[in-house]
Design a protein around this ligand. Structure first.
Ligand code: BGC
Length: 379
């Protein structure tokens, strides 16, 4: 019966294999930091490797964590990194990338706001001989991309779909079950991958009548959440409760693409004075870790930011040193799943996400001191 348990033990083994050096937070900084080291003892060509790291808005905790981790990984490798977040939107990110190119970086690591809107800057970067690495979110509408490093996004979606089914089986009595679907921001190419992965699991259950999407809103465009903004998800959930779930009715489950939106959905249900359905998530954000352990949010996904950042820096160093066949510890190299545009497959280094429920949280987070503290405090 228990796919979830099988997945959990499999992923726990993989987590044990993840022995990337952790670089737990601690340092706080401004959104922009540049550091160069003159130390001659560095493993990499110290000071010769300059990396521009362009990140999106901090729409979830993983982006916040990445900032300090990038700084620490760069310091440890004795390379010169500039990291900037584009809280103002796409135009700001375009300008930041242009400035990094002008400043002579050798490698760009980009977590795009909208990966389809950077074609001009990426063409300039290519012309300047810069290596381009897409981080977490794919760059699209361009051939100017060398590598992609991310967690397996379709796999994340599949785990979310599985978590929803497992949660319903455990908590919602006999089927059929009423569910509602939410997806991420349509300008983030990950959002469709997450949704497609989830629907890979859920669509057959909709087809055989086990699940009923009572609102009838099943298409990505109907269920997407602009800007990954919690307010948008909360408003849509409140509207669904008013339009589709009258009186004591409430959906049995809600597919949420991440924790920020999951908590917004739960808040909407609470404000309507109704019992909380089975809700999924992603990112293992602090508050959601607590809620999962306490049973308020059914599940989240752990995409440990430490190996993702370490892998991106590892890739950048290898590329700057002229290695055209770089490797990343604990990542699978896949060159068929992701295309930056039709006919242009991207060398992708994919890490393995893990599903987290109250049952396995202590096991999944056992190498993450901060999350283990949350788990222990929530019990
Ligand atoms: C990331 C998720 C995150 C979302 C919102 C996605 O691209 O992969 O981890 O929850 O952006 O920030």
């Amino acid at each position: 019966m228990n796919t979830l348990k099988k997945m959990a033990s499999l992923t726990a083994v993989m987590a044990m294999a993840l022995t990337m050096t952790a670089c737990g937070g601690g340092r706080s900084g401004t959104d922009t930091e540049s550091g160069t080291s003159g130390d001659q003892s560095g493993a990499a060509a110290a000071g010769d490797v300059s990396v521009g790291i362009a990140m999106p808005q901090k729409t979830s905790q993983n982006w916040v964590e990445a900032e300090d981790m990038f700084k620490e990984n760069c310091a440890e490798a004795k390379i010169d990194c500039t990291i900037q977040f584009a809280n103002g939107g796409v135009a700001e990110q375009q300008n930041q990338i242009s400035a990094m190119i002008e400043n002579g970086v050798k490698v760009l690591i980009i977590g795009a706001i909208d990966g389809s809107q950077l074609g001009t800057q990426l063409a300039q970067a290519k012309a300047a001989g810069i290596t381009i690495i897409a981080y977490d979110r794919l760059l699209t509408n361009t051939k100017d991309i060398d590598y992609y490093i991310a967690y397996d996004n379709f796999g994340v979606g599949q785990l979310q779909g599985q978590a929803l089914m497992e949660g319903l089986e455990a908590k919602a009595g006999a089927s059929p079950w009423d569910v509602e679907l939410f997806a991420g921001s349509p300008d983030d190419s990950n959002s469709l991958k997450f949704f497609d992965g989830a629907m890979d699991v859920l669509q057959p259950k909709i087809d055989d009548g086990t699940l009923v999407v009572k609102s009838g809103q099943k298409d990505f465009t109907q269920v997407a959440t602009q800007g990954w903004l919690p307010k948008n998800a909360q408003d849509r959930m409140s509207a669904l409760l008013t339009s589709t779930y009258q009186g004591d009715e409430v959906p049995d489950g809600v597919l949420s693409p991440n924790d920020t939106l999951g908590r917004a959905i739960i808040t909407a249900v609470e404000q309507a004075g109704k019992p909380i359905p089975v809700v999924t998530g992603q990112d293992s954000e602090d508050e959601s870790v607590t809620w999962v352990v306490q049973g308020k949010q059914y599940a989240t996904i752990f995409k440990d930011t430490r190996p993702l950042v370490a892998g991106a820096v590892q890739l950048a160093i290898q590329a700057a040193e002229g290695n055209t066949s770089p490797t990343v510890d604990n990542a699978k190299l896949d060159d068929s799943q992701y295309e930056s545009m039709e006919g242009n497959p991207v060398k992708s280094f994919l890490l393995t996400p893990q599903i987290v429920t109250a049952e396995n949280a202590a096991e999944v987070y056992k190498d993450d001191t901060h999350r283990m503290e949350l788990v222990n405090a929530a019990k």
